[in-house]
Design a protein around this ligand. Structure first.
Ligand code: TYD
Length: 137
């Protein structure tokens, strides 16, 4: 699998409907980067759109461990896509230079595995700036 575009990755699950399930994410095994940081978001109201940024270097693998999360993305070539995370086995891989807007069902919990520690300098928070820089590439 080539990990240079945004894409849904289906992770294995172990278990049964009687006992419940476990899903495992491991560096270099099914996550194509060293995991440096983990964060989660929760209680986002349904009518709120989060995201609204792109990253200069950061790679992410993102899960909806609960609920449904919809990503509207735009990559550095201007390609726009919609990805729906609606099952705990589904991860969304996001490489660098992908603008994303994110919407959540009321019960959604977003879990993010990230390739770098937090650095505000790594963000494009201005869409016009993102478009300007990627147009030059
Ligand atoms: P942001 O990345 O804009 O979140 P979202 O895309 O979910 O809207 O981050 C929200 C706030 O949290 C912002 O003030 C930066 C801060 N933050 C950290 O301090 N460390 C982190 O690792 C992350 C992801 C965010």
């Amino acid at each position: 699998m080539e990990y240079n575009t945004p894409q849904i990755v289906t992770f294995d699950k172990i278990g049964s409907s009687q006992l419940g399930y476990i899903t495992i994410a491991e560096t270099q095994k099914n996550v194509p980067f060293e995991i440096q940081r983990v964060y989660w978001t929760y209680y986002t109201p349904h009518d709120v759109t989060r995201g609204g940024h792109a990253h200069k270097e950061l790679q992410q693998m993102i899960f909806a461990v609960s609920g449904t999360i919809i990503f509207n993305t735009e990559d550095e070539n201007g390609k726009k896509e919609t990805f729906t995370l609606d099952h705990p086995t589904k991860g969304l891989y996001i490489p660098k230079l992908v603008w994303r807007d994110i919407q959540f069902s009321h019960n959604a919990v977003l879990l993010c595995l990230a390739s770098e520690i937090y650095d505000e300098e790594d963000y494009f928070r201005d869409y016009e700036e993102f478009k300007k820089i990627t147009a030059q590439k």
